[in-house]
Design a protein around this ligand. Structure first.
Ligand SMILES: NC(=O)c1ccc[n+]([C@@H]2O[C@H](COP(=O)([O-])OP(=O)(O)OC[C@H]3O[C@@H](n4cnc5c(N)ncnc54)[C@H](OP(=O)(O)O)[C@@H]3O)[C@@H](O)[C@H]2O)c1
Length: 228
């Protein structure tokens, strides 16, 4: 399969790219060129594409796919994310814009850019990576209003797109993850030790991105065994 993974320079995205690269071709996107080059040096199936998903243009994206020799995309994993941990009253407009730009607007933008390539796949799947904090009725934590609400938006986007993309047979799902030990978790819950590391969570996500479209569409699936 041809799989695009955003946020592949760190944490869960890097582990997911490594886990899938033994059997699939991966386009790994993030801003940190060095981290992506290091990942690509370890796996011949990984192509590094250093880019800011908020600023990615259609021509940059298509020339990258062309030079990788891809004519279609089977799976888009919208994993890149940004968390700002601040009490609601201290969050500035710029904070809200940055969080929503990365976690919501860039996701919509990348789905639009990828759509023509997904249409050429036999079993296209879009997987959005959300958080338990973005699930209605889950336990909430102070400081995470911008982050958690932006992740909540992915659930509704997922439901809308599953409907809109039915004719094209493009399946759209969201995984709402619980804690995984990464730099982002350390920002959200300093000092907290999660029971899962990125490689362990990547195993589950790998199965889901390649097989999950046969079982789910328009769904947000919680993947959590602890709180937070
Ligand atoms: N860790 C957890 O406990 C947990 C729980 C629930 C959900 N999640 C979700 O899982 C996903 C991965 O998080 P993580 O914990 O692995 O965090 P992480 O280690 O901080 O990784 C975040 C990734 O997003 C990339 N990124 C951020 N802004 C970007 C931009 N504008 N353009 C391109 N790439 C960008 C970063 O790369 P660059 O900085 O190189 O651009 C990095 O690769 C996120 O969506 C997060 O919300 C994590």
């Amino acid at each position: 399969m041809n799989i695009v993974i955003t946020g592949a320079s760190s944490g869960i995205g890097a582990a997911l790219a490594s886990s899938l690269a033994s059997e699939h071709r991966i386009l790994a996107i993030a801003r940190s060129a060095k981290a992506l080059e290091e990942l690509a040096a370890l796996h011949s199936n990984i192509v590094a594409f250093p880019a800011d998903i908020s600023k990615l243009t259609e021509s940059q994206f298509s020339s990258c796919l062309n030079s990788a020799g891809w004519t279609n995309v089977d799976v888009l994993v919208n994993n890149a994310g940004l968390l700002i941990n601040k009490p609601f009253l201290n969050l500035t407009d710029a904070d809200w814009q940055e969080v929503y730009q990365t976690n919501v607007l860039a996701v919509a933008h990348l789905i639009r850019l990828t759509f023509p390539y997904l249409k050429k796949s036999k079993s296209p799947h879009i997987v959005n990576i959300s958080s338990m904090g973005g699930v209605q009725g889950s336990v909430k934590f102070p400081g995470l209003s911008a982050y958690s609400s932006s992740k909540g938006a992915l659930t509704i986007l997922t439901e809308c797109l599953a409907e809109e993309f039915k004719e094209e047979n493009i399946r759209v799902n969201t995984l709402a993850l619980g804690s995984v030990q990464t730099p982002m978790l350390a920002k959200a819950f300093p000092g907290y030790q999660a029971s899962l590391n990125p490689a362990e969570m990547a195993k589950m996500i790998s199965w889901f991105v390649t097989e999950g479209s046969g079982f789910f569409n328009g769904k947000t699936i919680p993947v959590a065994s602890e709180t937070p």
